[in-house]
Design a protein around this ligand. Sequence first.
Ligand code: 6CS
Length: 339
Amino acid sequence: MTVKTRLRLRTCATVAFALLTTTAVHADNWRYAMEEGLTDPQGLYATKFKEEIEANSDHTVQIYPVGTLGESADAMEQAQAGLLQFIDQSPGFTGALIPEAEAFLVPYIQPTDPVVVRKFFKESVAINEMFHDIYREQGLELLSMFPEGEMVVTTMEEFRTPEDLAGMKIRTMTSPLLLETYTAFGASPIAMPWGELIGGLKTGMVDGQENPAIWIEAYDLDNLTNVMTYTGHGQYTTAVMANAEFYDGLSDADKELVQNASQAALDYILDVAVELDATGLAKIKETNPDYIINRLTEAERMPFKERAKAVEAAFVERAGERGAAILEQMKKDLVAAQQ
Ligand code: 6CS
């Protein structure tokens, strides 16, 4: 063998080794935390996302469901620190960090009609264009926002007016605007993380809470209260993000992979979430036939809508001009979705 041939062979071996090790380095395991279980809406989205990533690359996704990494706030700290690559956290918990996200919590802005909901989340300029840079400022690359169903209030006693809510201790998620909302609605709100709610209802620390029907049914909240009331004031919204530094460090192909997986999971969940909302209500009716289910009439909603104006003002004060612009855009997006 000539010296030239030996050199050529050595070069080939080096290139082959480099290729092999490069492939190995690129087959990463990505950690994804969420606030729900695998069969809940966030879990269904995450599973679809994982399937898409794993079917189209050598990467794997490890999902951490609710309770495995602490409360929502703990998981967010880990995502911002880069210990988690992906996180699903809802605006109901993100408000202290990102006040603009509380636009999803302003009462009587979000759609409740399933067809409008789907169109709104798919086409909203506020969601698809305006939130990206805001989440970026907190080191997060926003991937998707999706609905989980209409917010329903569960209580021990029936209520039809803000006066009826006087003295009722309603648990809210920890975003500050939710406290403003239930104070404006006439109740006595108490913010607490998810992990404390069931104990709080059992011990009487709180008399009620709000959540979508699918969640109320899945976590037995109907059996811990006597009434559920459709006030029409909101839609449970959640957001999926990546750690921005991690995302920026991905190759173009991997960025595309993540974006495609997010899009596929979003399309899937937008169909499924609407069905799940109806399924949750149907199961409650079937398994808990004595449970009182009230739907406030348009006239009964009026005093709540009137009081929601103060909540909107509080939102604008906290979220500033940028928040106000997002809220105005959301209102336009809603009109567009209704057409
Ligand atoms: O009420 C809560 O805290 C929870 N609600 C839902 C629908 N998802 C997760 C969240 O922690």
